[in-house]
Design a protein around this ligand. Sequence first.
Ligand SMILES: CC(C)(COP(=O)(O)OP(=O)(O)OC[C@H]1O[C@@H](n2cnc3c(N)ncnc32)[C@H](O)[C@@H]1OP(=O)(O)O)[C@@H](O)C(=O)NCCC(=O)NCCS
Length: 178
Amino acid sequence: MLTFCPMNETHARSILDWHYEPPYDVYDLKADDVEGAVQFFLNPEYAYHAIFNGEGELVAYCCFGADARVPGGDYDAEALDVGLGVRPDRTGRGQGDAYVGAVLDYARRTFSPSTFRVTIAEFNERALRVWEKAGFGRVQRFARVRDGRPFLVLVREEARSGDRPQRGLREGAVGDRP
Ligand SMILES: CC(C)(COP(=O)(O)OP(=O)(O)OC[C@H]1O[C@@H](n2cnc3c(N)ncnc32)[C@H](O)[C@@H]1OP(=O)(O)O)[C@@H](O)C(=O)NCCC(=O)NCCS
């Protein structure tokens, strides 16, 4: 059972200390300005949340909205952007589905989005696998402004009662949607 709470200063300082093994070290939240980074995580605009397991351990964090986007992507379509980071020692244990499922459930209850969107580095097959298994489909490939690194945008539309089932998203090829 995973629980969520808006990130506080203690959580933010812990997460700033997390270090991933290569090649996932690109997700380290290196900050020259630690105090500035802490304040950034506490900004409600970015909706950073700490995620706890049943023993009350901080095991992941997530964010919703602007900071889950990567400069260079096309984010004109309306969607709730989601970012997720599992604690480094908890990654690669086959629990990605549980983290992603819990984040989506929390986001549904909190934001009721019609569409979810995630942006993932193209090399990150582990993350792509877990989000695609959760029903997300690739809709866009772009180069990050800062360094040209390729990223993919994936979306999942939420079924509304009375809607016909959404088709084609899971199978969507990169660039096959506007
Ligand atoms: C991305 C993340 C949420 C995935 O969670 P996880 O618990 O580490 O993932 P899992 O161990 O469940 O693995 C997910 C799938 O990827 C597969 N996988 C693992 N390593 C892989 C690799 N190097 N290449 C391809 N597939 C891989 C697993 O076999 C599993 O597939 P399966 O369920 O069909 O067996 C987590 O690793 C994370 O937060 N990483 C750091 C931040 C990050 O990568 N962010 C990207 C945006 S979410």
